[in-house]
Design a protein around this ligand. Structure first.
Ligand SMILES: Nc1ncnc2c1ncn2[C@@H]1O[C@H](COP(=O)(O)OP(=O)(O)OP(=O)(O)O)[C@@H](O)[C@H]1O
Ligand SMILES: [Mg+2]
Length: 488
């Protein structure tokens, strides 16, 4: 609005200056030509009267000549015509109305024109003196005096005209400039200011739709483009921040797993030998006694429990990856098929079907079959345990285009997948982050060690892969192991 006002004021001032200058020039020209007309008229009139008076003087004498001039004066309304004696004593009424010294040209027979102010009337009077040659010494002239009051009135009228015209021009131009300014500048600028304010408050969806074709339209288009870029940059920053936070969380998680793993492997290592000793001695006792005797039976229980402990220790050592994976180019399908064969009896007992679906038999990976089998066994056993009633645990292997998690690194690409899906109890959201931790279990004491998934995690990591979990409480869970393709 302020811009519109400024534009309007400058436009009006400009118009005013131009109109005033044009009017001043015109007034000057008009008054000039007005006076020139009067001079010419009076010159002609004076010469005519002077010639007639001179002829009259010559033919009829002085009195008739003076009477002629008097009569001419009576006929003329605008101009006062007088016979004047140039050598009349000063102050004499028959002398000229002006200072005689200014009439020297008359001596040479020329016409004298003088513009003099008339203090009694407050305006200028134009005097024209035409010399009259008469016999004798006396010198006479015809004096014509015309008041310039009309000229003044004319100028005043013209100024009035100019003022009214200028006023109308100013009002009309001002109104047009104001209207156009509001329409072409005020409104679009207000819309742009509004948009800038909204963008400042973070509303990047804000857009202005100004007509293209002028600078403000270009500005609007640029601002819209800027909003798009800002929104895109914001989205990128948000997703990068989220990814970074997720990475930090994952790294923390991996770090925790590693620490606990080291601790566990240390303990397992220390316990391995004594347990072997315990089992060996118990075997000796059992061998020394007849089966059915209390000593033999007790020794058998000791052996059984020692074996259980040894299994746990083996799992711990697996978790700590004491034995490096012996990887080679292997087909994926047999690993899954053997696992299913192995676990089918256990599943049947619980009324659960183990089903292999989506099998692509041609998939090959660089893997240690026994270690990968351990992974699949752990996942399938967990699935079976999670099902309180009969149902299906299904397995599938395939190839998928996925993006690895941040802590794994690498870009999106094709990876091999081994999927184990159950219809069990599912995993609560707050539990999911802990399931890969060693010794994390929700099972009763003696039912689970909480090592199955941490072992699987370690093995898969060693195979340069990762595991994802998708679970819904009451609906079931789906664990997917991703492995790089052979040759990738
Ligand atoms: N398929 C699943 N459905 C529901 N919960 C699961 C599933 N798989 C794992 N869990 C949860 O994750 C926990 C950890 O699993 P993990 O296999 O590491 O240990 P575990 O099964 O408890 O013991 P084990 O050492 O005998 O495997 C489980 O106790 C269970 O709460
Ligand atoms: Mg388990």
């Amino acid at each position: 609005m302020k811009l519109t006002w400024k534009l309007t004021v400058f436009l009006v001032l400009g118009t005013l200056v131009v109109t005033a200058a044009v009017a001043a020039v015109r007034i000057r020209q008009e008054t000039g030509s007005f006076e020139a007309d009067i001079r010419q008229d009076n010159d002609l009139l004076g010469r005519a009267v002077a010639a007639a008076a001179r002829r009259m003087w010559e033919t009829a004498g002085e009195a008739q000549a003076l009477a002629l001039v008097k009569e001419a004066n009576e006929r003329e309304t605008q101009v006062e015509i007088r016979w004047v004696w140039l050598n009349a004593p000063s102050g004499d009424k028959s002398g000229p109305a002006v200072d005689r010294r200014r009439l020297a040209v008359l001596e040479r027979g020329e016409v004298a024109v003088l513009r003099l102010p008339d203090p009694t009337k407050g305006q200028d009077v134009l005097y024209t003196f035409v010399p009259v040659r008469i016999p004798g010494d006396r010198r006479a002239a015809i004096e014509l005096g015309e008041s310039l009051a009309k000229e003044r009135a004319f100028v005043r009228g013209m100024i009035g005209n100019v003022v009214v015209t200028t006023f109308l021009i100013v009002v009309v131009c001002g109104a047009i400039a104001m209207g156009l300014g509001v329409f072409f500048v005020g409104r679009p600028v207000r819309a742009l200011v509004e948009q800038a304010r909204r963008v400042g408050h973070g509303d990047l969806a804000s857009r202005t739709a100004l007509r293209p074709g002028d600078e403000l339209g270009d500005l609007s288009r640029e601002m819209n483009a800027m909003c798009d870029q800002l929104a895109a940059a914001n989205g990128k920053i948000a997703s990068e921040t989220a990814a970074r936070l997720a990475t930090i969380e994952q790294l923390r998680h991996a770090d925790r797993l590693m620490t606990v793993g080291k601790l566990a492997s240390g303990i397992a290592h220390e316990l391995g030998t004594p347990i072997n000793v315990v089992a060996g001695r118990a075997q000796l006792i059992a061998d020394d006694h007849e089966p059915g005797t209390p000593a033999h039976d007790n020794a058998a229980i000791v052996i059984e429990q020692a074996e259980r402990m040894a299994t746990i220790i083996r799992q711990l050592l697996d978790f700590a990856r004491r034995q490096p994976a012996k990887k080679s180019r292997q087909p994926l399908h047999p690993v899954v098929a053997q696992t299913v064969d192995m676990l089918t009896p256990m599943a049947r007992k619980r009324g659960i079907d183990l089903v292999v679906e989506e099998v692509d038999e041609g998939l090959v990976a660089n893997l240690d079959p026994s270690q990968l089998q351990q992974v699949v066994i752990n996942l399938v056993v967990n699935g079976i345990h999670a099902m309180r009633e009969s149902g299906t645990v299904s397995l599938g292997i395939g190839r998928e285009h996925v993006t690895p998690p941040p802590e794994h690194g690498g870009g999106a690409g094709d990876y091999l997948s081994v999927r184990v899906r159950d219809q069990g109890v599912g995993i609560p959201e707050e539990v999911v982050p802990h399931i890969f931790e060693p010794f994390f279990t929700t099972k009763d004491v003696g039912d689970g060690t909480g090592l199955g998934l941490s072992v699987a995690y370690g093995i898969v990591q060693e195979h340069s892969g990762w595991i994802t979990v998708d679970s819904k409480v009451g609906k079931g869970s789906c664990f997917t192991v991703y492995l790089p393709q052979e040759g990738a």
